[in-house]
Write a protein that binds this ligand. Structure first.
Ligand code: GLN
Length: 557
């Protein structure tokens, strides 16, 4: 008999970027460690139908699911902290809700009624939450529902109202409200201040939700007396005032929140009887992160959106995971490719152990990326190109090795003498920008004997895509003739999905985004191979070649 789903609602107060996503992901991790089946859902109050049309500077990374949805970057945290696979339904926005309600209205489905925020918008929100929390027809044990933004924002009101109604419908033993706030330390007063938390809880109560648990972000421990003060003013029992002290490694968060009693509190309130959580795998990850045995690899990420770390969130985490697998520290340097155009590759890249050119869009800085590829190829420095990174590697090879002078990608110069990266055939007639790229999981067949096939240890793989352009088949033969190895293709062989170069320590490009599938306990094989090669380069650079090849990963268990 399937049990009814219980809910943990996660809201945030005081300031944005307070870590609600990581808190929600950690709740998932803790409940899963108790043997429960969980899922996470993110509700975003903005009007865009999805974040796919937003600049990375506005929104950070766009996370892509297997089923081809362009979603919020918190979905990446959810997948990295739990074993649940996110789907299209796990993230929706105000825009998507209104789009659905308005199209129902146009079809006459409201039977002459006046369509209003309450009940029609709130009903649509609740229906979507229920759909997302019954992924295969069966309800999960616990669904963690996070609302983006900060309480007090006008645009989040319908979402909070929907949660208030849902709480009432499912009853007190089936839902718990968790509110994430900030307890700042004011240096001048030498004190931790609880007032922002008090105000934030007051704001929640005004809209009819009494938080059951407070997660207080702080840079230092909260004393019992501070917790008692927060409890008194916020009407939350003192044991449910949980301190979330800044951690050095995000994978420490489940451990820290468990030590504060968070999962006990949730299970008690939801009347869940479960085993004690087994957090040994989180302890292992943190221990490996904090005390790597094999030194440091310095990796340059050459891109355009380098001034906002969230733009490359999954990529950053994948490199951390690979460092954990290789037992080394990864030092990540974010490099603006326009600086390479101004100062030359050697001035900017010298001293790196590896170069990664990640995904991206648009012309700005593209020549700098191409120069970075050339530098890594010629200097025998490990190179990894992802999506646009692969495309830049193909342009560089065409120009500098295959003799196709002036070669370019159609994204930057449609009239180039040799267009070696071109719009895919089925993209040519596409005019709308939202949700129209080649999105989601596609199979890729690997050529036997290649680096790619060795790293994956498989003949066919599935990876997630988000792009409009592809290596052009018009010049593919010429490139292959000149030594470029096409190591992965679509099963019908028409699309180039992976490339590599022989006679180079590590030169790999992929048209897909492997960073979406890397996990702290199971680094993605391409990232593990890349960081292994970077570490080998570091050891040669520092004249410390050790016994034992760094490319052999130490298994986590
Ligand atoms: N702009 C390129 C394309 O659309 C690459 C996209 C990407 O890197 N995600 O194909």
């Amino acid at each position: 008999m399937s049990r009814a789903t219980k809910y943990v609602f996660v809201t945030g107060g005081v300031v944005s970027s307070i870590g609600k996503g990581l808190a929600a992901a950690s709740v998932g991790a803790l409940l899963e460690a108790r043997g429960l089946r969980v899922t996470n859902v993110k509700l975003d109050p903005y009007i865009n139908v999805d974040p796919g049309t937003m600049s990375p500077y506005q929104h950070g990374e766009v996370f892509v699911t297997d089923d081809g949805a362009e979603g919020d970057l918190d979905l990446g945290h959810y997948e990295r902290f739990t074993s649940t696979r996110m789907q299209r339904s796990n993230n929706f926005t105000t825009g998507k809700v209104y789009e659905a309600v308005i199209s129902k209205e146009r079809r006459g489905q409201y039977l002459g009624g006046t369509v209003q925020v309450i009940p029609h918008i709130t009903d649509e929100i609740k229906a979507r939450i229920r759909e997302a929390t019954t992924p295969d027809g069966n309800g999960v044990d616990v669904a963690i529902i996070e609302v983006g933004g900060t309480v007090g924002d006008i645009e989040s009101l319908p979402f909070l109202e929907a949660l208030r109604q849902l709480k009432l419908e499912v009853g007190p033993q089936n839902s718990v409200s968790m509110h994430v706030t900030l307890v700042p330390h004011i240096a001048a007063a030498g004190e931790l201040k609880t007032k922002p938390t008090q105000h934030s809880v007051k704001e929640m109560r005004q809209i009819g939700i009494q938080p059951d648990i407070l997660i207080c972000r702080t840079d230092r421990p909260l004393s019992r007396s501070i917790k008692e003060k927060i409890s008194l003013f916020s009407n939350v029992p003192v044991d449910s005032v949980i301190a979330a002290i800044d951690v050095g490694c995000i994978y420490e968060l489940p451990i820290a929140l468990n030590a504060e009693g968070l999962d006990d509190q949730i299970c008690e309130r939801l009347n869940i009887w479960s085993r004690r959580p087994d957090l040994s795998h989180w302890h292992r990850v943190v221990e490996r992160f904090k005390t790597p045995q094999k030194g440091t690899a310095v990796i340059g990420i050459v891109g355009k959106y380098v001034h906002l770390r969230d733009s490359y969130k999954s990529l950053h985490e994948s490199l951390i995971h690979a460092g954990i697998a290789q037992d080394c520290r990864v030092e990540l340097r974010y490099i603006d490719s326009e600086n390479i155009e101004k100062q030359g590759a050697e001035a900017i890249l010298a001293g790196l152990d590896a170069v990664l050119v990640p995904g991206g869009f648009g012309d700005r800085g593209s020549e700098g990326k191409i120069e970075a590829v050339r530098w890594a190829r010629e200097k025998q420095v490990p190179f990894f190109g992802i999506c646009l990174g692969l495309q830049m590697a193909v342009v560089e090879y065409a120009r500098d090795v295959a003799g196709l002078e002036g070669a370019n990608s159609a994204e930057f110069d449609k009239d180039a003498p040799f267009v070696v990266v071109d719009l895919m055939a089925d993209q040519r007639s596409v005019r709308d920008k939202g949700g129209t790229m080649r999105l989601g999981a596609y199979p890729c067949v690997l050529a036997p004997g290649t680096v790619a096939a060795k790293l994956y240890g498989a003949a066919e793989i599935s990876e997630r895509h988000r792009h409009r352009l592809e290596v052009s088949n018009e010049h593919r033969e010429k490139l292959v003739e000149k030594g470029l190895v096409v190591s992965g293709t679509s099963p019908d062989k028409r699309l180039v999905e992976m490339i590599e170069l022989p006679n180079h320590p590590f030169f790999v490009g992929c048209q897909f985004h492997p960073e979406f599938k890397s996990r702290p306990m199971a680094a993605h094989p391409l990232f593990a191979g890349f960081v292994g090669a970077a570490l080998e380069h570091a050891q040669v650079r520092l004249g410390r070649v050790q016994s034992g090849r760094p490319t052999e990963t130490r298994p986590m268990n």
